[in-house]
Design a protein around this ligand. Structure first.
Ligand code: AMP
Length: 595
């Protein structure tokens, strides 16, 4: 997977066990249902992920539960995965029976999650992580729609799993495992992976993800069998599974789970290695070297920072400085420049690396490791193995490199289309949707996936010189938003909602912003903004009044062309967002403006 190489290249030579990752997590369940012993050793598919795990030092830490400090080595992980896989196959009746089948699982963000995920890959099956926060009805829909053969749940979610089964499914499960999936605890016998005879058959396993998305009803993709598949932060989402679990496992890093997400605890953890050691008996905390999150998380960390004690502030800042936190990534939603700038100043120079990904494609475009290749507002270049093109939204013509502006010198806006081995294969059981999202390139090669996201492309001075790798060269991509909701057409002009949001967020009075298009008799559409004001904004309007639409328009006068400035502004206490911090703009327009 292309996004993974970024992490492994950085981490492999030096980080090893010190590469701790922060992720949302729950108390691990250490159910010991398996007897130990080499008799349980069975074959594992010969895939990248298992080959990588096999190469790591078995004594190296793989997973740490942040709050309790309990930890599991790669050796523990291998042993537990083998046992869990063996147990699954035993229950299925024979080895290989689960190959290519969907196995749904519900687990807290923890060691158990990692074992379940890998055990399913080990069965050459398709892992289908379920979000426990989804209502039972939606989970039933997912189980039926995917025709999952098996449902697994940890003890924590045994009741939820029971609820789903009580309501009844429209198809039969082969079996279910509640209340717990058997996973070993730390200290379980270490079984070297070399002893398993890796199978040479093309794997049928992979990952299936359902996401409520921001655009439609649950989307779901089945990853292509030729690549190792994985997932992501919440862990039913691509960001968490790929970037927070699979990539670190590839790189031999230690993944540290922290659950539930709590900004103070995250700061305490980042600060811990740089605080004076008070208890000589407690082991020293290693520093966090890699952090990946959606922009909202960086915002929340930043906004709670002033409330921390001076000691935590100082140590926390050290923890996120470029020499300690070696890579901090933002993705899954547009990173507002003010968020990036504020994080950079708080950390003493750490520049967030922005990348663009989707459930259907994993990570597709990314800025580079060289700070010069992390350009504001840009998602960088197509990652290795990913081919990208822009297709003009007006003319439907491919925009060739070097022809990114029209005759009037205006940047051409095009839909991002992608192809390559990391792109998903199909929407499960929905041939129509699959057909509609792929277009033939006319060159006899694979079709292109139409992302529905639009972008401009341009060469940026000082960036793209290849210092981050050969893939990071030439013009960079700048996301303008979703074709369906973020491109607002006013008369003949196109306005990117993301561009207006960026400007709104750079005003000190605005804490959050969502820009939408509303119908206009005169122009077809008009720009409107839904905002959350900063706590101190209220009395900063004219004559000491509260800050309102007129103030907003005045503040943006010199920053945006007149037609881009929102004509309406509604102030809310909070803007509703999904678990990934994304706003469903269609629902927001209905709720706030009633259209
Ligand atoms: P999901 O499948 O839930 O990961 O959502 C994918 C969508 O998130 C993409 O189609 C984009 O609309 C959006 N997205 C992901 N990364 C970025 C980014 N860096 N900037 C702007 N939008 C993004």
């Amino acid at each position: 997977m292309s996004g993974l190489s970024l992490v492994s290249r950085l981490a492999r030579p030096r980080l090893r066990a010190s590469c701790a990752r922060l992720y949302l997590s729950a108390q691990p369940v250490h159910a010991k249902l398996f007897s130990s012993g080499r008799s349980l050793l069975t074959q594992l598919p010969n895939t990248h992920i298992f080959r990588a795990i096999k190469d790591h030092d078995s004594a190296s830490l793989a997973v740490v539960h942040s709050l309790s400090g309990r930890s599991f080595t790669y050796g523990n992980l291998t042993a537990d995965v083998l046992r869990a896989k063996e147990d699954l196959e035993k229950k299925a009746g024979r080895m290989g029976k689960l190959s290519g089948e969907r196995i749904a699982f519900m687990a807290e963000n923890s060691y158990d999650y990692v074992v379940m995920l890998l055990a399913i890959f080990g069965c050459d099956a398709i892992a289908l992580p379920l979000s426990p926060s989804f209502p039972t009805g939606e989970l039933q829909y997912i189980l039926d729609n995917s025709e999952a053969k098996v449902l697994l749940a940890t003890e924590k979610y045994a009741d939820k799993a029971q609820e789903i089964l009580n309501e009844g499914l429209q198809h039969e499960l082969l079996f279910d495992i509640r209340p717990k999936l058997a996973v070993g605890a730390a200290g379980s016998e270490i079984v070297p992976l070399e002893e398993s005879k890796a199978s040479s058959a093309l794997p049928a396993g992979g990952m299936m993800l359902y996401t409520s998305g921001t655009t439609a009803r649950p989307r779901h993709g089945n990853t292509p069998p030729k690549t190792d598949s994985s997932t992501s932060s919440p862990l039913h989402h691509i960001h968490g599974v790929v970037n927070a679990i699979i990539a670190p496992l590839f790189a031999g890093s230690s993944i540290e789970f922290m659950y539930p997400f709590n900004t103070d605890q995250v700061w305490n953890r980042l600060a811990a290695p740089f605080l004076p050691q008070t208890d000589p008996n407690s082991p020293a905390k290693s520093k966090i070297t890699f952090l990946t999150a959606v922009p909202t998380v960086y915002n929340r960390l930043r906004s709670c920072f002033p409330s921390l004690s001076a000691e935590i502030q100082q140590a926390g800042q050290k923890g996120i400085s470029p020499e300690n936190l070696r890579l901090n990534i933002s993705g899954s939603a547009a990173l507002p420049t003010p968020t990036k700038t504020a994080w950079q100043s708080l950390s003493g120079g750490n520049v967030l690396l922005e990348r663009f990904g989707m459930t259907e494609v994993g990570m597709a475009l990314s800025c580079g490791l060289d700070f010069a290749d992390r350009v504001d507002g840009s998602v960088g270049w197509p990652l290795p193995q990913v081919e990208a093109r822009l297709v003009d939204t007006e003319t439907n013509q491919v925009i060739p490199v070097g022809e990114e502006t029209d005759a009037d010198g205006r940047e051409r806006v095009g839909e991002i289309q992608l192809r390559g081995p990391t792109i998903f294969r199909e929407y499960w059981g929905n041939t129509k949707a699959t057909k509609e999202t792929f277009v033939d390139g006319g060159d006899g090669r694979d079709p292109w996936f139409c992302t529905g996201d639009v972008a401009t492309r341009r060469v940026v001075q000082g960036a793209g010189k290849g210092t981050s790798g050969d893939w990071a060269r030439g013009p960079m991509y700048f996301i303008q938003g979703r074709k369906s909701v973020d491109i607002i057409k006013i008369g003949g002009e196109k306005v990117s909602a993301l561009e207006v949001e960026r400007e709104l967020l750079s005003l000190p009075q605005i804490a959050e912003a969502a820009v939408v298009g509303l119908p206009s008799e005169q122009w077809g559409s008009k720009v409107a903004a839904v905002v959350v004001l900063s706590p101190n904004a209220h009395a900063t309007g004219r004559n000491g009044k509260s800050w309102g639409p007129m103030d907003m328009r005045r503040a943006l006068k010199d920053r945006l062309a007149g037609y881009k400035i929102p004509q309406e502004m509604k102030v809310l206490e909070t803007i509703p967002r999904n678990a990934m911090g994304k706003v469903n703009k269609k629902a927001l327009v209905k709720e706030v403006f009633g259209v």
